[in-house]
Design a protein around this ligand. Structure first.
Ligand code: UD1
Ligand code: CA
Length: 456
């Protein structure tokens, strides 16, 4: 039997969010709050990781694909103590230690969990309660200590009198318990309080009265903040972003022109000497290489970007792979599993489900959809692949070194052979052999003196 398990409470309604979305699914730096909590617990190896769900249970459960999580349902939301007791079945026969927290406390780091567990075991405690000194403790249960500094109990804000309300040490809902002591104490809870709920916090008083050892561990109030409303969500987002951006600068060696205005998701990795301009959003599972420049107001999501690539102002690149030494934008849109070869240049056009080879020049307002472009090809200004016939998407193939004149329309499915030329303004409906010239436009006619006669 494993020595360590965890319980995350995520069954409540989250009323104060004023949202149809269950609170654990609200996102923080691109990831649901609950996934931050689980990610911080994971390195400690708790087994099982129990998550208590209730309101929006199916929606929460189906958002996650975490094989080591055991979902337990709290049918009725009768309070945090009742929620914790809903883990009883999942932890039947478990006699080790259990880390307990809530889905709305997403900034706690693994290092802090290690410290809490370490202290708990060193002191042989039945319960370890993490507390923090808040400048404004509004919303937190207040920690009541006796003259010797021992924790006696926790009073919820709704149950505070004038004196306890004035205390600024808050319970942050980050705990470690000996599992048997927790489940025994939970049977003693009574909902005789202002909110008529079974409070997990009352376990502290139950254990103290049973002369079991309860110890406090002090933490940084920012790290253990709880999120009950959208203002707190925005504040947490800012704190987490600060942490991610410091890591980008100090560990990855990345220059952020304005860290206050740079938005990087937690799983993004960045290469050394890359420079990121304000307003850039790097989202999802994105990797950016070394010596890249990411321009202002660029969005890159779920992409791999090679070394020395420059993504200019206002470009959007999603679910695509970009090689080395590439230039993209300004105002390019590259998406849906496209790939761009080394040293290729894409200007302000759109590239969709397409594969561009190396050294391609596609600099001015083109549209390439379902297209394969060979190495060294040139795509003229405003050239378009007409990939959609109203029913299906059809492929276009442009061979190595081909030259597509400005404003050409390539009606797919069509193949332009290696080294072929397509004259500007042509509408191409038939395949073009290698090294051929395709002309598909009306021949120009000049009428001498026409204008002079017209004006008379
Ligand atoms: C709780 C603590 C408070 C602490 C604060 C720290 C209690 C009674 N209070 O208050 O001492 O200062 O966290 O952030 O524990 N939940 C359920 N089932 C329920 C009720 C709640 O699963 O029946 C879950 C919620 O989804 C949430 C968590 O428990 O994730 C905490 O509930 P919430 O109502 O936010 O408690 P707080 O008022 O923040
Ligand atoms: Ca809360």
């Amino acid at each position: 039997m494993a020595e360590l398990a965890s319980i995350v409470l995520a069954a409540g309604q989250g009323k104060r969010m004023k949202s149809a979305l269950p609170k654990p699914l609200h996102r923080l730096c691109g990831k649901p709050m609950l996934s931050h909590v689980l990610a911080a617990l994971r390195p400690l190896g708790p087994q099982p990781q129990v998550v208590i769900i209730g309101v929006g249970a199916e929606q929460v459960r189906s958002t996650f694909d975490e094989p080591d999580v055991v979902w337990a349902v709290q049918e009725q939301q009768l309070g945090t103590g009742h929620a914790a007791a809903s883990a009883r079945e999942a932890l039947a026969d478990f006699t080790g230690d259990v880390l307990v927290t809530c889905a709305d406390i997403p900034l706690v780091r693994s290092e802090t969990w290690e410290r809490v567990l370490g202290e708990h075991r060193k002191q042989g405690a039945a319960a370890t309660i993490v507390t923090a000194l808040f400048r404004d403790p509004t919303g937190y249960g207040r920690v009541i200590r006796d003259e010797s500094g021992q924790v006696r109990r926790i009073v919820e804000e709704a149950d505070c009198d004038e004196i306890t309300r004035g205390l600024n040490e808050g319970n942050v809902s980050v705990y470690c318990f000996s599992a048997p002591a927790l489940f025994e104490a939970l049977t003693k809870l009574r909902p005789d309080n202002e909110q008529g709920e079974y409070y997990l916090t009352d376990v502290v008083e139950v254990l103290v009265e049973a002369r079991q050892k309860v110890i406090p561990v002090l933490a940084d109030p920012d790290e253990v903040m709880g999120i009950n409303d959208r203002a707190q969500l925005a504040h947490a987002e800012r704190l987490l972003r600060g942490r991610i951006n410091r890591r980008a600068m100090l560990e990855y060696g990345v220059t952020l022109i304005d860290p206050e205005a740079t938005y990087i998701d937690p799983e993004v990795t960045l290469g050394c000497d890359t420079v990121i301009y304000p307003g850039a959003v790097l989202a999802g599972a994105t990797t950016v290489g070394e010596n890249c420049t990411i321009g202002a107001h660029v969005l890159i999501e779920d992409c791999e970007i090679g070394n020395g690539t420059n993504v200019r102002h206002g470009s959007v690149v999603r679910e695509s792979v970009v090689g080395e030494g590439v230039t993209i934008g300004p105002f390019a849109h590259i998406r849906d599993h496209s790939s761009i070869g080394n040293d290729t240049r894409v200007g302000g056009g759109e590239v969709v489900r397409s594969k561009l080879g190396e050294r391609v020049n596609d600099l001015h307002f083109s549209y390439l959809g379902d297209t394969t472009v060979g190495d060294g090809a040139n795509i003229g200004a405003g050239a378009i692949t007409c990939n959609y016939d109203g029913r299906r998407k059809n492929p276009t193939v442009i061979g190595d070194g081909a030259f597509i004149g400005s404003d050409a329309c390539l009606i797919a499915p069509v193949t332009i052979g290696r080294g072929a030329y397509v004259a500007a303004g042509s509408v191409v409906t038939k395949d073009v052999p290698p090294e051929a010239l395709a002309l598909g436009r009306a021949r120009q006619e000049n009428k001498e003196d026409w204008a002079r006669r017209f004006k008379k």
